[in-house]
Design a protein around this ligand. Structure first.
Ligand code: BGC
Length: 543
């Protein structure tokens, strides 16, 4: 018996708990904010490199004056593809590492690997070909670090968050990405006037990566990982720091332990197990892979990477950079909608609304691409592109990361997210390589079709996971049936139903934990049994 049972019994009898999972605490907020620095590093990489191609200093260093347009285009293609390929390669090892040594050391290692890669890029020197070789190696190594971060950080945040805040806290990841993109594209404007400015575009985020590695030293390990490894004392200690009440921490620890024991009874996790039927793993895997496949196929990086180039058909170089900045700001602003709505409205409605709006924007882009260019048309392109990016930002931007970080059982979580994340980066590489080769109208038509297919996937195969504890998500998958087209999806009381259902499930779990205490205390012959019994009655009246 653990020594603090009397306190727990008291907690239960007082029954002051308002939110079943203990709600938001300053430490949970800090943990999410610190880990999300990884997202900033990722976003800065997306926003930084693109602008460098227009910088005189970069062009001189890499001898572009003596290279043909085709050679330059090829180099641009590799600079972007090596990052995404490196990221795809980094996803799998980070899944294994974060299972073996824990999420925290894995994030620290990822940040250090990224710093080595980004430093190689920033300090590329020597002849144009030697500089280019160093830049390429740096992109690959830095990409490896980004891939590791994008596999581990969303999982770490989701595993530390209380159920009722998991969606919003997971959004910190995407929010940090979009802030990173905005900061990098803003910095590119003055950096363009300095002949060494491009080095900051490629390596400025090393400062943030090192900060992440340093701060993570003080952050707690993920409670789910601790539970999975059977570190009972550390699990309880960590949860008591992360949750606002002893009762909430104890309930969650009990539920994590029960789930870990159940998962352990099914044998060790294996890569093959990812596609087996037990635990609805096949369903979860296919859904996760599909979400991470549709996200890049929705066409976001055609805009993120190539917006300045597309806008050059309508505007001057400077105006194109400002237009790009406007689009990136729309991205950041709309992410706030997801931050606020993800736990209130639910994942499924946001994904559907976002996907359908993106589809409409792509169709409008097809029409614009088929019209003869003019300045007026350029304004229309910026407006539609901004609307498209905003639609992405409140749904398909953050939610594939959030959903993939929460839908897998702890036993399989690292391996499964490694596969889903690698899928995202591989498809991203393909989009980056193929998009510049296609006529614009064809590319946008393909993206429109992908958005539609993405909505269909979500509509039919995705159970709602908002407000569920991570352990209750298993139940949501096991009982999910392929949805029939139903008008009820949009009914006015949907939001209330999601929240009520979440509360009902949390109460059920809390009730089970209280009963478990009572019987443990009784079994130990403690005199807290009566108190616990009263606590249960009191709880009944609260919930
Ligand atoms: C995507 C990136 C994209 C970024 C834009 C992320 O969720 O994974 O590929 O560039 O959002 O905001």
């Amino acid at each position: 018996m653990r020594p603090d049972h009397a306190t727990k019994a008291l907690d239960i009898s007082v029954g002051t708990r308002v939110e079943a999972d203990g709600g938001l605490t300053p430490l949970v907020l800090l943990v999410s904010a610190v880990a999300a620095i990884g997202g900033f590093v990722f976003g800065y990489d997306i926003g930084g490199g693109g602008g460098s191609f227009a910088m005189q200093g970069f062009q001189t260093q890499f001898g572009w004056a003596n290279k043909s347009e085709a050679v330059r285009a090829d180099e641009i293609g590799w600079i972007s593809a090596l990052l995404t390929l490196g990221a795809a390669a980094g996803a799998a090892p980070s899944g294994i590492l974060s299972d073996r040594v824990g999420r925290r050391p894995c994030i620290i290692t990822s940040a250090l690997i990224f710093s080595i890669g980004a430093s190689l890029q920033a300090f590329a020197s020597g002849s144009p070909s030697a500089s280019l070789a160093q830049l390429y190696v740096g992109r690959l190594v830095g990409g490896f670090g980004v891939g590791m971060l994008s596999t581990t950080v969303p999982v770490y945040i989701a595993e530390c968050a209380p159920g009722s805040w998991r969606g919003s806290l997971s959004m910190c990841w995407q929010f940090a990405i979009v802030i990173g993109i905005v900061v990098a594209s803003l910095a590119n404007v003055p950096l363009a006037h300095w002949d060494q400015g491009w080095r900051v575009s490629y390596g400025g985020n090393v400062v943030f990566a090192l900060l992440l590695a340093l701060l993570m030293v003080w952050m707690p390990e993920s409670p789910r990982w601790l539970g999975q490894r059977g570190r009972e004392a550390a699990l309880r200690r960590t949860l008591s720091r992360l949750r606002s009440s002893t009762l909430a921490a104890e309930e969650e620890a009990t539920s994590i332990e029960a789930k870990a024991a159940e998962e352990a009874a099914g044998g060790a996790s294996s890569w093959r197990g990812l596609l087996r039927r037990p635990l609805a793993m096949r369903h979860r895997m296919l859904l996760g892979v599909a979400l991470q496949c549709w996200q890049p196929l929705a066409g976001i990086n055609a805009i993120m990477f190539f917006a300045p180039k597309i806008l050059l058909a309508y505007f001057s170089a400077e105006a194109a950079l400002w237009g790009t900045l406007g689009i990136n700001v729309a991205n950041a602003a709309a992410t706030v909608v997801a931050l606020v709505g993800v736990d209130r409205l639910g994942r499924v409605p946001l994904l559907l609304a976002s996907g359908l709006l993106m589809c409409v924007c792509h169709l409008a882009m097809v029409a614009l691409a088929l019209s003869p260019p003019s300045k007026q048309l350029g304004y229309a392109v910026v407006s539609v592109a901004s609307l498209f990016v905003a639609s992405f930002a409140f749904g398909w931007g953050p939610l594939p990361w959030t959903v993939c970080s929460e839908i897998f059982p702890t036993k399989y979580r690292s391996k499964a997210t490694a596969v889903t994340t690698a899928t995202n980066w591989l498809v991203n590489t393909a989009v980056g390589k193929v998009f510049p080769l296609l006529p614009l109208a064809t590319a946008f038509a393909i993206f429109a079709a992908a958005c539609f297919a993405a909505c269909a996937t979500v509509f039919f195969f995705q159970p709602e996971t908002a407000n569920l504890g991570m352990e209750q998500i298993d139940e949501a998958f096991e009982s999910h049936r392929v949805r029939r087209v139903s008008a009820k999806l949009w009914s006015a009381d949907r939001r209330a139903r999601i929240r009520a259902e979440g509360r009902r499930r949390m109460r059920a779990a809390a009730g089970a934990a209280a009963v478990a205490y009572a019987s443990e205390v009784r079994a130990a012959g403690g005199d807290g049994a009566a108190g616990v019994g009263k606590g249960e009655e009191k709880r009944e009246s609260i919930v």
